[in-house]
Write a protein that binds this ligand. Structure first.
Ligand SMILES: [Fe+2]
Length: 434
């Protein structure tokens, strides 16, 4: 495998690994949940349901499908949006008490991530931070397989149905961190775009920008060949840097989100737009589940750790709350202005996939072209205008940079590695864009 970005480097990795669940995509496929659960030998299922959907049609569709297949189930829906340690401990207890031999999750990334992490602590009890990586955790691997897990996303952004990671908030530390394990990859996914047609505009926008950032971060990430070669395949990171597989999925996801995010936000009943955004989210999940994200996701933690007195229309969540996709995209234009010189051709290609005006474009312009296109899409979807749009000002940037610098692996996965002063400066340039 060779192309310029993946040329072999001395001491660099010379293999990449692709992890994917079995996946079914299409309108109405949720009705297959029962039949598919049977093929995994599921007899008693823990059904993790988004609390906003637990009494709604999508969870009912899955529940009825299980009943028709004569499969017993119990519902768990005590799930915080952006799940925290308390949510995961409660989920683990539910699983331990229920004698389940399978899990189905129906909801956004919070629900799917809760199911993944809950299973880990239920089956392999440990101190809570043991499975988190340094510097906050002990970095212990999850010791063995989890239960068969059928993941059914209901938003078009998270991609969690395709990834081996779970993002959890640690309340005592006031921060979010990732647990990753190959055992956390769902066994199968049912991706039904019908689930997105009732989403409020702000949820389509925020999840759509999560999709966009997953895709562009994958496409511009440090190449896998520029990470050190690790001889023992069991010790290689799941999030291994940009690779030919993640390129393939991320480039198509960028094309989709550039074409359809404005239409989907304007009208979630625009089935062409929403079907494409759902597929784009899945593609971006396939990409970042194998490559990892980089600085926009790392810097989103500065937003969610320090936000105060803010909510977002469409989300039934108490203040303070900034949805994940907005927390990522508010700094993205400023980040890509800084980042592009680390891989200018890649940034130009990404801008082209996103539908940017490429007239007279040169590699020197790459950061500005990417930034301009993201800003166009933010304006076209009434997204927050930079950090000021989610309640921050210049006085906050030092504390935000101190918080984000802890995301060491994501920062190192960028084509140009930022230090804390760089991050502070990037935040300062992200206060507003228009
Ligand atoms: Fe994300």
């Amino acid at each position: 495998m060779s192309c310029q970005y993946f040329q072999h480097c001395e001491h660099g990795a010379d293999t990449f690994t692709v992890m994917m669940p079995k996946l079914t995509f299409g309108r109405g496929c949720l009705v297959e949940a029962g039949t598919r659960a049977l093929t995994w030998g599921m007899k008693r299922i823990a059904l993790f349901a988004d609390p906003a959907l637990v009494n709604g049609v999508y969870v009912n569709t899955v529940a009825n499908s299980l009943k028709q297949a004569n499969i017993d189930f119990a519902i768990f829906s005590d799930i915080r949006i952006e799940p925290d340690d308390a949510t995961v401990i409660s989920a683990a207890k539910f699983l331990s008490d229920g004698s389940f031999n399978g899990v189905i999750s129906v909801g956004g990334g919070s629900t799917i991530d809760t199911a993944k992490a809950g299973m880990a602590y239920s089956l392999y009890p440990a101190e809570f931070l043991d499975y988190f990586g340094p510097p906050i955790g002990a970095g212990q691997p999850i010791p063995g397989p989890l239960l068969p897990h059928l993941a059914c996303p209901t938003t078009s952004g998270t991609g969690s149905e395709c990834t081996s990671v779970s993002v959890i908030r640690i309340n005592d530390l006031n921060c979010k961190f990732v647990i990753g394990s190959p055992y956390m990859l769902p066994s199968e996914a049912l991706v039904d775009p019908v689930c997105t047609q009732t989403l409020p505009a702000n949820i389509v926008a925020s999840t759509g920008f999560d999709l966009l950032c997953h895709a562009i971060e994958c496409y511009t990430a440090r190449a896998y060949t520029r990470w050190d070669r690790i001889e023992d395949p069991r010790k290689r990171p799941l999030l291994q840097g940009a690779n030919p597989w993640s390129d393939m999925a991320a480039s198509k996801a960028l094309d989709i989100v550039g074409k359809y995010i404005v239409r989907g936000v304007a009208d979630a009943e625009d089935s062409e737009a929403m079907d494409n955004l759902m597929w784009g989210a899945t593609l971006a999940g396939m990409a970042f589940g194998n490559s990892g994200t980089h600085l926009p996701h790392a810097m989103s933690y500065g937003v969610t750790h320090l936000m105060s007195d803010i909510t977002t229309d469409g989300y039934q969540v108490e203040s303070p709350f900034v949805p994940h996709g907005f927390s990522v995209v508010v700094s993205a234009p400023s980040i890509f202005r800084y980042m592009a010189e680390g891989a200018p051709e890649r940034h130009l290609q990404a801008a082209n996939y996103l539908g940017a005006d490429m007239t007279d474009a040169t590699p020197n312009d790459a950061g500005e072209i990417v930034a301009k296109r993201i800003i166009e899409l933010m304006k076209g979807t009434s997204a927050p205008n930079g950090l000021s749009g989610v309640g921050f000002d210049i006085d906050d940037v030092k504390a935000m940079s101190e918080s984000s610098i802890r995301q060491a692996r994501a920062i190192a996965n960028a084509p140009k590695v930022a230090n804390q002063a760089d991050i502070e400066s990037i935040y300062a340039d992200a206060i507003s864009y228009w």
